[in-house]
Design a protein around this ligand. Sequence first.
Ligand code: PMT
Length: 408
Amino acid sequence: MSNIVIGVGGGIAAYKACSIIRHFTESGHHVRVIPTESALEFVGRATFEALSGNPVQTGVFADVPQVPHVRLGQEADLVLVAPATADLMARAAAGRADDLLTATLLTARCPVVFAPAMHTEMWEHPATVANVQTLRDHGATVLTPASGRLTGADTGAGRLPDPQEIALLGELMLERPDALPRDLEGVRVLVSAGGTREPLDPVRFLGNRSSGKQGYALARAAAQRGARVTLVAGTTADLADPAGVDVIRITTADQLAAEIATRATETDVLIMAAAVADFKPLSVADSKIKKNGDRPAPIELDTNPDILRAAVTARAAGDITAETVIVGFAAETGDEHGGVLDHGREKLARKGCDLLVVNAVGDGKAFGMDDNTGWILADGGQETALPLGSKTLMATRILDSVSGILKR
Ligand code: PMT
């Protein structure tokens, strides 16, 4: 159990802090909510007290014998501010301590994460840009906001990232405080995620159990490390678009192949986390295939393009720049011919990518899970074990390896 302080700034997105508070209390953490006075204009004190199970104060003169303006920050394992308004970040960057939240931010020595939410003009204003930089220079993590609908009819950058995403990133910072350096600033990253569906007729398809969680975790972590990320997503569980990521939807392996072929020429890193069907029905029926007696009709299959292999070949031919880092995945079960790692090594040799992430699947592993484990194999022969942890944590370890070989 960790001590989590959730700071809430005075913006319309303050109501979304309730889901984040709930996430951390339900995960068994001890949560203290510290809103600003203006945050209480949007969400009442009673809501925060009921959700956290703890008293809520905004000023430094309540409960003085307990010295909360110092103690809450000192005892915290994570301070997460959501939403972080332009005004709150300006006060924090200036080192002000004029309410309980800013005083807590000054005394905290644990990971501090700001999840900004404001209008695009405010987010892009040079004053806010400078404040964000100051907070990062002081060691805080300032998340990249999402783009989308803002308070009124306007849209743009500055929307609070999805609460589930903020919670996942908060958990990540608890697991690994140095997980989100800004080392991929401006790097173009193309990620595929989820499963493909190969239609058989208007109502049936061949598919797989990929939820997209691993690919989304990679896209999310890369964007929060400063990368310009495009995510090509097949069929996934109900996942929110990661903040700051362009999301393209596809259904079939052929559609994924077309998207990757076009976009791989303009990327610095390609990560193929999608579970691509190797085969598709040779023909797709125009109408629903009818039951014909008791014997099912055999399904003839055709081979899908090997998208990863095609990218490696295109790079060798000069169609993709030689510096592009190509990362493949291997979903392996192990069999009588060898274990998971043996098959991974063989796949790296066959696919010819720079890095291959090997994960064991089957028996409830990897597919659809929140956790993952495996190895990163490099074409130079280095092998790095990835201990069991959240898919977000695994994503950051993979990005560390990518960052290490990226030529800039
Ligand atoms: O989505 P989750 O539920 O979070 O689960 C994550 C995952 C298990 C799907 C993911 O971690 C993973 O292992 N993805 C790759 C799954 C897969 O298709 O593995 P493979 O061994 O069949 O393929 C090897 C590599 O070639 C992969 O990078 C794959 O994207 C690529 N491939 C495969 C077939 C094909 N026709 N074209 C390809 O490019």
